[in-house]
Each structure stands twice: as C-alpha cells, then as structure tokens.
Design a binder for this molecule. Sequence first.
Ligand SMILES: [Ca+2]
Ligand SMILES: [Ca+2]
Length: 244
Amino acid sequence: MNSYYDYIVISCNDATNSPESILVVLTVNPSSPASGDTVRVATVAGKPGNQVVVPVYFYNSKPLGAVVVPLKYNSSDLVCDSVSYIGSRVEYVGLKVGNINPLDKTILIGVVTLTEPSVPPGNGLLANLYFTINQNAPQQTVNLDTCFIPPQSYLVFVDDAAMEIKPHFIQGHIIIGDMLYGDPNNDLSVSVSDVIYLISYLFKGGSQPKNYYSGDVNCDNKVSLTDVVYLINYLYRGGLPPIG
Ligand SMILES: [Ca+2]
Ligand SMILES: [Ca+2]
C-alpha cells in the first residue's frame, strides 16, 4: 500500500486568504483484498480489428474444490475466440470449463477438482479470455459482468466441505476506440499514474494530455478536477469506468 501526497493551490487576487493550499492524500490499496473472496475481471483497451486479452483473477481464503464464473458481455461488435488457463492458478486441474456461447454472448469458465489437490488459498489468475473486435466497431465501452447461465451455472466457489461461498464480483470492461479514455499519459492503461498526470497538468504546470479528451473521463467536454475525482472513484472505490 502506498500514499501519494500533493497540494492543490488556489489563488485569487482580491482574497485576503490567497493563496490557499489544500493537501490531497491518495492512498492506493493493494490489489489483493485483505478479506473476502473475490472474482475480478480486468479492464483493457483495444482498437477495431485487434484481438484483446482480458484476464480474470480470483482471490480465495479457503481451499476450493470448485470455482464457477459465468460471464456475459453486452456488445455484438466483438466475439470471444477462446479461453486459456495457461499460466493460471488452476492450470493443474483436470476438469476445466471454457464454454463460449456467441448467440447469448456468455462465457462459462471454472474448474472442478477431482483426484488432484484443492485450489489452495491465494490470489492470482483464473483464466485469460481472448476477444476479437470487429473491424468496423464503433467507439464504446463493453461491460463484462457475471450472470446466470441455464441450467445451473451461477457465480460460486465451493470449499473442501462442499459448502458454497458467494464471492464478491468486480466487473471488467473492454474499451474500444482509437483513444483510451482515462489514459492521459498515453501508456495504453488506466492507472494511478494517470491521476498523477492530471493533477500535474491541472495544478503544477505539467504537460497537457497528448489526446486532450482522454483526460475528460466524465465526458463534460473539459478536463478538470472532477475528472481526477471520477478517475479515483473508478480505480479505488468501485466507481464507473471512463465514459468515452
Ligand atoms: Ca495511463
Ligand atoms: Ca471532464
């Protein structure tokens, strides 16, 4: 866990209390939760015609006999090509599920341990999902949410004692476009470095974002402090993704 400190300075010629400084403290939480089993789908960006890889991560506090993660995506402008467990925490498990249903836009992933050991407690990769974005896909943000897939698949972990655990779920997104919203430092990912970049631009005379509107994450046609707050909410408080 890290904390970043900075000051916002507001000046006004006629004010007796000018300039006024406000200390801003940004605390970055660790990616693995301190408690609470979780499934987290990553947010990635891609251009029309390209393939993107969306990692799905999970955290479990107890040994697990089974993991079931049904997913749904809400766009016809991309297709899921394949599911890969290579390099994941469950690669050793024999029974792995990777059912892709392009009509319903659902993907069922998960594992069931049989004769092999249970999945030990830990945090890391469950699977990688490969998507191809259509050549003529318009700019948009695609949601990757969990769902119910008939006849009986819902988001669940099953522990060694055959008890169900309902994990917390964090949605992922595929941001389609030539410019990635929320990426003012233009390194093709949305992270705390973009928050620092915006603060630097707005308050410390730093460079303007190369793609100016990549910093306009709340989509009100200007880059301002509200975009900084919006981005922090998205990254650390479960807020909405950059709108675009
Ligand atoms: Ca960035
Ligand atoms: Ca804005």
